[in-house]
Design a protein around this ligand. Structure first.
Ligand SMILES: CC(C)(COP(=O)(O)OP(=O)(O)OC[C@H]1O[C@@H](n2cnc3c(N)ncnc32)[C@H](O)[C@@H]1OP(=O)(O)O)[C@@H](O)C(=O)NCCC(=O)NCCSC(=O)C[C@H](O)C(=O)O
Ligand SMILES: [Mg+2]
Length: 299
């Protein structure tokens, strides 16, 4: 049986106070949208934005796009009502697919969120994503990611917050991201160890499409499942970088077929045109084919 694959190549943030952006999101070729109630919404506008987001969710119309709402953090005065509002929407069948918790500092925070969701009677379909965007979160990334194994936490995806990381550490945001590469790779490793997916941070200079495209390729090379975005102009280069190329998928199907042949049933290793392939390469090929098929099945 093939596991269900949900492409998360591109996840576009938009302020929960921007009705035009949320309307536009219904037509954009993006895999996920992240409606923000945290940093993109000014403190005085938060209660109204929360109501508008609930109304937008009730209208629906997002099709296959995964819908995520970034709530304010547990230490803020808005958290309880943000979470309660999403729990009510979810119970009414009009909730997001997940809530994104900002500035998660430890696994206990995720258990606290899980317990609140349970207490609010939130359907199990509502998942949790966690932002890794503080020095302590990067240092504890493994512990946080391992929380994905505890069903109480509902944790599915880690999301890097590279702007907050730059703010907290003093590291510069440079092309190629040398100052942050070790942290990025550490978070990818942690996510894989815990069984969560992991999305890269945003590229702020949204008019620089070439620079953005090369950062997407870097993120895919590092092992991220996708990247978070701030502008619709970033969607297509991002999807392109995280979509397995046709030639790769043709070769992957060939490799799977070769290992599946009866005459190769007892073989652990094959050579094709001077290159070694083990069964682990067929496993990688199966994953890539499953992702490509899931992308191709999108409307
Ligand atoms: C950055 C922006 C403020 C720029 O907006 P704008 O000046 O309106 O751009 P354009 O004129 O080029 O927009 C063209 C059309 O596209 C629509 N649009 C723009 N952005 C979005 C969007 N994000 N989602 C959906 N639609 C969008 C405009 O409405 C225009 O449409 P039309 O009317 O048809 O012409 C803006 O892009 C923006 O607000 N971006 C998101 C900002 C945000 O959410 N920031 C918070 C998350 S990022 C973060 O916090 C990262 C993390 O926590 C960390 O620490 O790193
Ligand atoms: Mg942030």
């Amino acid at each position: 049986m093939t596991a269900f694959v949900r492409p998360r190549r591109s996840a576009l943030y938009m302020p929960g106070s921007n009705a035009r952006a949320m309307e536009k999101a219904r037509t954009l070729p993006v895999d996920a949208i992240i409606i923000d109630l945290e940093d993109a919404v000014a403190p005085d506008a938060k209660p109204q934005a929360r109501d508008e987001v609930a109304a937008t969710l009730a209208q629906g119309g997002f099709g296959p796009r995964e819908v995520v709402v970034r709530v304010n953090g547990p230490e803020t005065p808005w958290f309880e009502e943000d979470l309660a509002c999403m729990a009510r929407a979810s119970a009414a069948g009009a909730g997001p697919d997940a809530v994104l918790i900002p500035k998660v500092g430890d696994a206990e925070t995720l258990r606290l969120v899980g317990r609140r969701l349970e207490a609010l009677g939130t359907p199990a379909a509502l998942g949790v994503w966690a932002m890794i965007e503080t020095p302590i979160a990067v240092l504890r990334a493994l512990d946080i990611a391992l929380a994905a194994r505890d069903p109480l936490t509902r944790l599915r995806v880690l999301v890097l917050g590279t702007n907050d990381l730059a703010k907290e550490t003093g590291a510069r945001i440079l092309p190629g991201r040398a100052p942050m590469q070790a942290w990025l790779s550490h978070c990818v490793l942690a996510a894989r160890a815990g069984g969560a997916e992991v999305l890269d941070g945003v590229w702020n200079d949204f008019r620089d499409v070439a620079g953005f495209a090369s950062e997407c390729v870097q993120a895919a090379d590092l092992g991220f499942d996708g990247k978070t975005l701030i502008h619709p102009g970033q969607i297509e280069p991002c999807n392109a970088a995280f979509t397995p190329p046709c030639e790769e998928i043709t070769a992957a199907r060939g490799l799977i077929e070769l290992f599946d042949r009866p005459e190769n049933a007892a073989k652990g290793v094959l050579q094709i045109e001077g290159r070694m392939y083990e069964r682990m390469h067929a496993d990688i090929a199966r994953k890539r084919v499953a992702l490509a098929d899931a992308i191709a099945a999108r409307p």
